[in-house]
Ligand binder design. Structure first.
Ligand SMILES: Cc1ncc(COP(=O)(O)O)c(C=O)c1O
Length: 480
């Protein structure tokens, strides 16, 4: 079947090999066995390597990673959706190196041109009066701050997030994150937080399977277009019940949602839900927060921000991961009116707005623009989705192919009819095998049965052919 899909493979191999020769670096350091021992003895036990045989990564170049033995991998996960423009992108490296020689750190107690210039450049990417930027260091920290802003600016306490969402692992954001996989038995993180039913078209109870926001352009589209799908209305009624039964009248602080759920398994929502939800929240005194930690910076192709696909302008937007191409940088943007609430007491962050992080962030934005990476995400992402859709038509275990641009999920099931998650060992067998074929995918979803594909946005169609071919072979090797 893949003869026709792999029409670019010869070209790909040439390019692949030349990049490999160019950037593979000699590994200097302890061998894998030694690193395993060091990790076991000295690293927090929750940090577990994901593959059966862990990877010892030595270097990276654009969409490729190299292990300690010099083996080259196509990176289809980008360090968990974080390497946006490419590993060690030369333009970003140069910008950070230049800053490194000039100034590392001041904090915000002095005027810092990199902080102001970067904030201006970033805010120009936003509509309306979203123009006040607060720079922080991680997605969790950004969402913590957004939670504080929502509560302080409205004077209300009650927050809503969606089931199956992931908003971070700090003490505050743990309560927003809604999955037993990420829950610790400790009191109070959930205080004032309500988890609404997830408008999930594949695994949700009310269907809407073909009524996703931005469905892939295949003949599977239908539903909302004909106005027959009622899934959004039913999920929305369930959200209204939270307001009816659990929140003091008119006293909502806000709602937070990813534009597409990432860790939860690339879950797109039923069409129109987010828009209706944001209006309901505002009518009840709250603000709407879009978590663009995974979906921002052009990854979705059609739009620079995921919230644009939902046809809303949020009150607060949080960003991390791709913002710095792997440099620890994150941000919150909001309106001047909401930002004002933080002046009633001191609020400070030692590393937020660090000159090195700002240099990285500025260079990333410039690369996205100069290299047309949003457009590449659209073209190559759509090609990826369509190629995977062909796999879905061949294999019973490929239950769903979804996503937008270069934010893609492939859900593995026992059968298309049952949609029961594929047994863990079977899924792991397929996924571990793709590594042997030189392709690194992520995995996630509540049951861990979703391949997560979120590569650096510089990936090519030839790379896609290689990745889909590797997945095809791996599914066959597992006996399907
Ligand atoms: C959507 C989303 N929000 C927030 C976070 C938390 O970001 P961090 O790990 O940088 O704290 C993540 C991390 O995966 C995420 O995917």
């Amino acid at each position: 079947m893949f003869a026709q899909i792999c029409k670019h493979s010869r070209l790909f191999n040439k390019r692949f090999l030349s990049i490999r020769a160019y950037s593979s670096r000699q590994y200097v350091g302890p061998n894998l066995e030694k690193v395993k021992v060091l990790q076991k003895n000295h690293v927090a036990p929750c940090h577990k390597p994901i593959y059966q045989e862990p990877l010892l990564i030595n270097s990276g170049k654009m969409q490729y990673l190299y292990d300690a033995n010099g083996k080259c991998y196509l990176d289809c996960f980008g360090g968990i959706v974080t390497v946006s423009v490419g590993h060690c992108h030369p333009y970003v490296v140069e910008a950070v190196e230049n800053q490194l020689r000039k100034l590392w750190h001041t904090t915000v107690i002095y005027m810092n041109p990199s902080l102001s210039l970067y904030s201006q450049k970033l805010s120009r990417k936003f509509p309306g009066d979203l123009n006040v930027v607060y720079l922080v260091n991680s997605g969790s920290e950004a969402n913590d701050l957004a939670l504080l802003l929502a509560r302080l600016s409205t004077g209300n306490y009650e927050m809503i997030s969606l089931q199956n969402c992931y908003h971070g692992m700090s003490y505050g954001t743990m309560g927003l994150t809604s999955s037993s996989n990420w829950r610790f038995p400790i009191p109070s993180v959930n205080s004032g937080i309500h988890h609404a039913k997830n408008p999930d078209p594949f695994n949700g109870r009310h269907g809407g399977r073909f009524c996703r926001t931005s469905p892939i352009q295949t003949n599977r589209n239908c539903g909302c277009i004909t106005g027959e799908c009622k899934a959004t209305d039913i999920y929305f009624e369930e959200l209204k019940d939270i307001f009816k039964y659990s929140i003091p009248k008119g006293k909502c602080a806000g709602m937070i949602a990813e534009s597409i759920q990432g860790v939860g398994g690339t879950v797109q929502f039923t069409k129109g839900y987010i828009k209706k939800a944001s209006e309901l929240v505002r009518n009840n005194g709250g603000v709407f927060i879009s978590d663009e930690v995974q979906t921002g910076f052009g990854r979705l192709g059609d739009t620079f921000w995921g919230f644009e696909s939902h046809e809303i302008v949020p009150d607060i937007v949080t960003m991390a991961k791709g913002i710095g191409n792997g440099f620890p940088l994150a941000a919150v943007i909001t309106t001047p009116k909401i930002a004002e609430c933080l002046t009633q007491a001191s609020h400070f962050n030692t590393y937020g707005g660090n000159p090195l992080a700002c240099a990285a962030g500025l260079a990333v934005l410039e690369v996205i623009e100069k290299e047309g990476l949003q457009q590449n995400s659209k073209e190559v992402g759509t090609y990826f989705l369509k190629s995977l859709e062909q796999l879905r038509s061949v294999y019973e275990v490929v239950g769903d192919v979804r996503g937008q641009g270069l934010m893609i999920g492939v859900e593995f099931v026992e059968s298309k009819e049952s949609r029961t998650p594929l047994a863990k060992e079977k899924f792991q067998q397929i996924w571990n095998r793709t590594k042997d074929y030189g392709v690194l995918f992520g995995c996630g979803g509540f049951s861990g049965n979703v391949l997560r594909i979120k590569p650096p946005m510089c990936i090519s169609k030839e790379n896609v052919d290689h990745a889909v071919d590797a997945l095809d072979k791996s599914i066959k090797d597992a006996g399907f």
